[in-house]
Design a protein around this ligand. Structure first.
Ligand code: ADP
Ligand code: MG
Length: 612
């Protein structure tokens, strides 16, 4: 008796979209199933290295595809690793495949209307339901004593699993084609579809008994023999991708390790679509034999957006992460490849700056992550960073290298300011002192920038300094206008300290201000205003614990009319002077993005207005 199962809710949703999709390139289902067959054979080849007791050990490692025009079926068969009953349920009935997960996340983000999405993500096995009235998956596990089963579904809510007797090791998928997909029961049609990528399959592919592919590893061929189309098809096949690669690097090396590699950067950063984190996807080969389709320790974390292959003759086939020696080898390999890729990006930035900027707009977040976390490649990564600055036009960026080349002789540090937008930074009180001294300031708009700058710490031997930090030292500067006399200024500072009390850690006169009367400086070395905001927003609901008070220095501009006025008013009308002082302080906090409760400010302003 067949056992009936319900698909997991997510799969139902996925199938509903796939079955009703208007996606025109239905043929990709062939690629998906052939690639699954190839994966299953790779897995078996790998298992054979360690396991002896394998079912039907004499079966050839190949993929057999058969068409039947009369029955209107297409059959794809492999003698790979196979699945037992539980695996059929788990792998084909629940959401395991990362591409499908990313697809569903994207749908949730962007709304189900976006027909194009199916063209951007692989839905793997389920793509068969674009053309199928029903799908039967016969499968027998490589484990010697497991019975074979058949999984059957029409792509609506459920499927059945039933034991069968005549299936050998591996998987046979029989597709009963929909009326509008009968072409896939014709040998010639299937042949055209297969020709495009079957040469990337590392096992023989036979169509109705005829061998259709010459197994060739693209990455071992010479670059000038390979067409752009071949690279693109290879990328799509290897990375399960639906787009065209944005960038491609094909390189070989002999020393210190022998390497043949093709790396691709996709069109878009899938992490943007939702919460799904990209998984490492550069496959590791040794002499054309797949060692690991997605090694986690080959490339650094930030490289997880890359696709492609790395083949090294120097790796042992049975490489083991448990031994020091093999781990060191992988590490060395990863380092060579990463260095080479970063050099490639640097070249791109030079030769095709516009394309590089587009790449950076999409993937810059990974470069930033790397610059902050990858100590080995920090310098090369930092050179790829791009920021707007007080010298660039809005929307245009500069590299830190170019910034340094513009630095005057006296300038020892690289200054940056963090703010929500160019306007906000331009209007704030922190820029003016640096601008007056003709110092360029890097603008940081992204949440991660604070973290990146703090971790990077320096570039080309120069400290990266936040222009709103209390310990910023600026050189002498001929300031315009008469300053408040020293004794009056000292008295005002003393009075302000008393009046503002715990709200300020220190009050002092400053020459960094030009147009603003005052500014607060972050005096907390370990926490920037941006980090404070983030911590606050992450505080769990109901947690009323007071955050530690903001440690700020209040700096005064002794040349500013407001400061001079305050100095007078404090002696003639102290009540009004207190209101002014508090308002001054709140204004400065507001400009720094640190004002936590603006409501008291409004009341105070009314009181002040009553007195004009
Ligand atoms: P992916 O291939 O990305 O994992 P798929 O949706 O294509 O996602 O396949 C889901 C899972 O079903 C695979 O991970 C694999 O475990 C299993 N599977 C699919 N086809 C086969 C096959 N021919 N042989 C063995 N297992 C398979
Ligand atoms: Mg697949």
């Amino acid at each position: 008796m067949p056992e009936t199962h319900e698909f997991q809710a997510e799969i139902k949703q996925l199938l509903d979209i796939v079955v009703h999709s208007l996606y025109t390139e239905k043929e990709i289902f062939v690629r998906e199933l052939v690639s699954n067959a190839s994966d299953a054979l790779e897995k078996l080849r790998h298992t054979q290295l360690t396991e002896k007791d394998i079912a039907d050990g004499d079966l050839a490692l190949e993929i057999n595809i058969t068409t039947d025009e009369e029955a209107k079926t297409l059959t794809i068969e492999d003698h790979g690793i196979g699945m037992n009953a539980e695996e059929l349920v788990q792998f084909l009935g629940t959401i395991a495949h990362s591409g499908s997960k990313a697809f569903l996340d994207a749908i949730k983000e962007g709304g189900a209307k976006n027909d194009n999405l199916i063209g951007q993500f692989g839905v793997g096995f389920y793509s068969a339901f674009m053309v199928a009235k029903s799908v039967k998956v016969y499968s027998k596990s490589f484990r010697a004593d497991e019975p074979a089963n058949v999984w059957t579904s029409d792509g609506s809510g459920s499927y059945t699993v039933e034991e069968v007797t005549d299936q050998k090791r591996g998987t046979k998928i029989v597709i009963e084609l929909k009326d509008d997909a009968e072409d896939y029961a014709k040998k010639d049609h299937v042949k055209t579809v297969l020709e495009r990528y079957s040469s990337f399959v590392s096992f023989p592919v036979n169509l109705d008994g005829d061998h259709v592919n010459t197994v060739s590893a693209l990455w071992l061929r010479s670059k000038n023999e390979i067409t752009d189309e071949e690279y693109t098809e290879f990328y799509k096949f290897q990375a399960h991708a639906y787009d065209e690669p944005r960038l491609k690097l094909h390189f070989s090396a002999d020393a210190p390790l022998s390497i043949n590699s093709i790396l691709f950067v996709p069109q878009s950063n899938t992490e943007k679509f939702g919460m799904t984190r990209a998984e490492p996807a550069v496959s590791l080969y040794c002499r054309k034999v797949l060692i690991d389709p997605a090694p986690k320790d080959l490339l650094p974390e930030w490289g997880r957006f890359l696709k492609g292959v790395v083949d090294s003759e120097d790796l042992p086939l049975n490489i083991s992460r448990e031994t020091m020696q093999d781990r060191a080898l992988i590490e060395k390999l990863g380092k060579v490849i990463t260095t080479r890729f970063l050099k490639f990006l640097a070249d791109e930035a030079k030769k095709r700056p516009e394309d590089f900027d587009k790449f950076y707009a999409e993937f810059g977040i990974f470069i930033k992550e790397g610059a902050a976390t990858d100590h080995t490649h920090k310098d090369a990564l930092a050179k790829l960073l791009r920021f707007e600055s007080s010298r660039t036009d809005a929307g245009k960026t500069t590299s830190l290298t170019d910034y340094v080349s513009r630095m005057g002789e006296e300038q020892k540090e690289i200054y940056f300011l963090i703010g929500p937008s160019r306007d906000a930074i331009d209007r704030g009180p922190y820029l003016e002192g640096l601008k007056a001294r003709n110092l360029e300031v890097i603008y940081c708009f992204e949440n991660v920038d604070d973290y990146v700058m703090r971790n990077l710490r320096e570039f080309d031997g120069k400290n990266l300094t936040a222009a709103d930090s209390a310990d910023l030292k600026l050189g002498d500067h001929e300031a315009e206008g008469e300053a408040l006399e020293k004794d009056k200024l000292d008295a005002l500072i003393k009075w302000l300290k008393e009046t503002l009390g715990k709200k300020v850690a220190e009050v002092k006169s400053s020459d960094r201000l030009v147009d603003s009367p005052a500014a607060v400086l972050n005096a907390d070395q370990f926490m920037s205003p941006q980090m404070r905001q983030m911590m606050k927003s992450m505080k769990p609901e109901g947690d009323d614990a007071e955050a530690p008070p903001v440690q700020v220095h209040l700096e005064l501009n002794p040349r500013h009319a407001v400061i001079k006025k305050l100095s007078e008013v404090k002696d003639s009308n102290e009540g009004k002077a207190v209101l002014m002082a508090e308002q001054l302080h709140d204004n400065a906090l507001l400009a720094a993005g640190l004002l936590e409760d603006p409501s008291t400010m409004v009341q105070r302003l009314y009181k002040l207005l009553e007195q004009v």
